[in-house]
Ligand binder design. Structure first.
Ligand SMILES: *Cc1c(COP(=O)(O)O)cnc(C)c1O
Length: 387
């Protein structure tokens, strides 16, 4: 018999938080008469750059665009191998394909869910040119070990920081260890511009090239061409992309960036509460963090412990939905998707840890929009379903 729902409102997974400040910023931008890429984008770039301590930052219209541009900027021979984790969103590997490169997976660690440096070392071949570590769920990868392997084999590193805006290792921000850091401002991420992203780079020169390529390959400051400084002629230096962020989106981003710290603190309260109140259920909860590491607390992943329950992960998803609680699955291992199987010949059994996680994992609501009552309902729902 299925339990009766008691909530009258559906708790949406990954709901963003918008308030009076966001509304005011959007209206001010509309009223300014300039909504396309312009001064607000420049302001967001500078604030974000300063926050993560990067040399340069370029705003783009998605995290996927950031990955694509970063990978192209490595200027690798077509078909070069790029190693990443199968435990990630499809955009990570899709971007490698779009850059004309070959994605090669290396298994993740079961506890951290991040790329396992030993598996990474085994996946390196004479054709390997780059590594794309993903700071999964907001937990920093082992950048010491990854950096050492990259150094030893002369590999470039592009960090997928979509989950990791606030993540640091010994005070140093994720996104500043590799050649490039790729951040996402998608709706469910720790801050949002609805759609958007940011690239961090090691040099201003690289950032300038990325910025040009993000806007049709047009010469510098092309966005100024219709400004009050009068029409400015531009030249096309290369066939670029349409990856620029708008000022309207940046207006939202500037406000959201200012909330990051308080929101991280709120997620930490929820995180600790979930750890405490779900401890006795047949679930594998997120592993503790090593000291010196700041986890960005993007996803609270639970794995159904099949040694202790017969209830499947999909039963849990159905149960939560019936009790009006949204959940996510992060992720089905990427090598199990048809495209990656057909094109690259991957099969079930290739990456046991990613498969083990992908078969059991579900993520529960962890955004600042989750109230104490909502969190209590999540715990109660899981107790009802799993006992
Ligand atoms: C969200 C996400 C992306 C892509 O970001 P978009 O802004 O949605 O394009 C890339 N990698 C990971 C791990 C993500 O979660």
């Amino acid at each position: 018999m299925s339990p009766r729902p008691w909530r009258d409102r559906y708790l949406v997974f990954g709901a963003p938080s918008f308030g009076a400040e966001e509304r005011a910023a959007l209206i001010a931008c509309l009223d300014s008469g300039w909504v396309g890429s312009g001064p607000r984008v420049a302001e967001l770039e500078e604030r974000f750059r300063a926050r993560v301590g990067a040399e340069a930052a370029v705003a783009v219209n998605s995290g996927t665009a950031a990955l694509h541009l970063a990978l192209l900027e490595l200027r690798l021979e077509p078909g070069s191998e790029v190693i990443t984790t199968p435990m990630t969103f499809c955009a990570t590997a899709n971007a490698i394909v779009h850059a004309g490169l070959r994605p090669v997976f290396a298994d993740c660690d079961r506890a951290t869910q991040n790329l396992d440096p030993e598996a990474l070392a085994r996946a390196i071949t004479p054709r390997t040119r780059a590594i794309v570590p993903v700071h999964f769920a907001g937990r920093p990868c082992e950048m010491d070990a990854i950096g050492a392997l990259a150094g030893a084999h002369d590999l470039r590193v592009v960090e997928d920081c979509a989950h990791a805006i606030e993540a640091t290792i010994e005070g140093r921000h994720c996104g500043t260890f590799g050649d490039f850091g790729c951040f996402s401002f998608y709706v469910t991420k720790n801050m949002t511009t609805v759609e958007g992203g940011m690239l961090t780079a090691r040099t201003k020169e690289a950032a300038a090239r990325l910025k040009r390529r993000a806007l049709h390959g047009m010469s510098a400051d092309a966005w100024r061409r219709f400004s009050d400084e009068g029409y400015v002629h531009y030249s096309v230096e290369e066939p670029g992309f349409k990856y620029n962020l708008t000022d309207l989106a940046a207006a939202l981003g500037i406000v959201q960036l200012g909330h990051l710290e308080a929101w991280w603190q709120r997620r930490r309260e929820l995180w600790e509460r979930y750890l405490r109140e779900l401890a006795d259920l047949p679930l594998v909860l997120p592993a503790p963090f090593p000291c010196g590491v700041r986890h960005a607390l993007h996803l609270f992943t639970c794995m159904v412990d099949d040694a202790r329950t017969r209830i499947s992960r999909d039963d849990v998803l159905r149960g939560l939905h019936a009790l009006r609680i949204g959940a996510g699955v992060h992720y089905t291992a990427l090598h199990l998707h048809p495209y990656y199987q057909k094109r690259f010949g991957y099969r079930r059994g290739d990456f046991p840890n990613a498969e083990w996680i992908g078969d059991r994992t579900f993520s529960i609501p962890l955004s600042p929009a989750v109230s104490d009552e909502d969190a209590a309902d999540v715990v109660r729902a899981l107790r009802t379903i799993l006992s």
